[in-house]
Design a protein around this ligand. Structure first.
Ligand SMILES: CC(C)(COP(=O)(O)OP(=O)(O)OC[C@H]1O[C@@H](n2cnc3c(N)ncnc32)[C@H](O)[C@@H]1OP(=O)(O)O)[C@@H](O)C(=O)NCCC(=O)NCCS
Length: 180
């Protein structure tokens, strides 16, 4: 079943409380994210500033997917200011577990890619994903991301469970980029 009544928009400072509850739920539910729910301590007051900061930074964004006005997904991006890497932007995304496989993730990601493609400074999109997060990797590959590298055993859940960190990337405007 595909998404009905889903909208994508920029997050607003007034979303802070609802966004915090969404993020805490995702951290508590997912087995594929670095941050634990107990480590997420951002209060709504600070979250308002964080959202306002994204809105005022032309090289970063925080998008939310809403269903009947309720937040069901988010994607946020960040960009280094240093001259030699400021063409690269990195993002993270999540969809509410009750709303998965309805096309919300791909909708969010395609909106983000469009935003990057229209940004004169940003050229490359990067992301990190747990090697065992096969659903997310399938989504990223579906829109054209390719694997660029792996940090072996970079994430440690407990003494017996290490996970490799995969780096994937996508160039929205370049079909043939030369590197040295
Ligand atoms: C990964 C995530 C964002 C996907 O969101 P979603 O809304 O369920 O994804 P979509 O419905 O848009 O899926 C689009 C396509 O991606 C692929 N895909 C998505 N989830 C998949 C899964 N669990 N297994 C296999 N393929 C999957 C499929 O090709 C799918 O198309 P299809 O449904 O027509 O087969 C979501 O599962 C999530 O938030 N997970 C928890 C947090 C997380 O892991 N975030 C990513 C961290 S890097």
């Amino acid at each position: 079943m595909k998404a009905a009544k889903i909208s994508i928009r920029d997050a607003k400072p007034a979303d802070a409380g609802e966004l915090n509850r969404f993020i805490r739920h995702i951290y508590g539910d997912s087995d594929h994210l670095v941050t634990k729910a107990s480590e997420f301590r951002t209060r709504p007051f600070r979250q308002r500033f964080w959202i306002a900061g994204k809105a005022s930074n032309p090289f970063e964004t925080c998008l939310v997917a809403t269903e009947d006005g309720k937040i069901v997904g988010m994607l946020d991006s960040w960009t280094d200011r240093r001259a030699r890497i400021k063409h690269v932007t990195t993002f993270a995304m999540s969809v509410h577990p009750d709303r998965e496989r309805r096309g919300i993730g791909i909708f969010l990601l395609n909106e983000f890619i469009k935003w990057v493609a229209e940004n004169p400074r940003l050229e490359k999109i990067e992301l990190h994903v747990h090697a065992d997060n096969t659903g997310a990797i399938a989504l990223y590959e579906k829109v054209g991301f390719t694997m660029e590298g792996m940090r072996k055993r970079a994430i440690k859940y407990d003494e017996n469970r290490f996970i490799d960190d995969i780096l994937m990337a996508y160039w929205p405007n370049s079909s043939n980029v030369e590197t040295q």
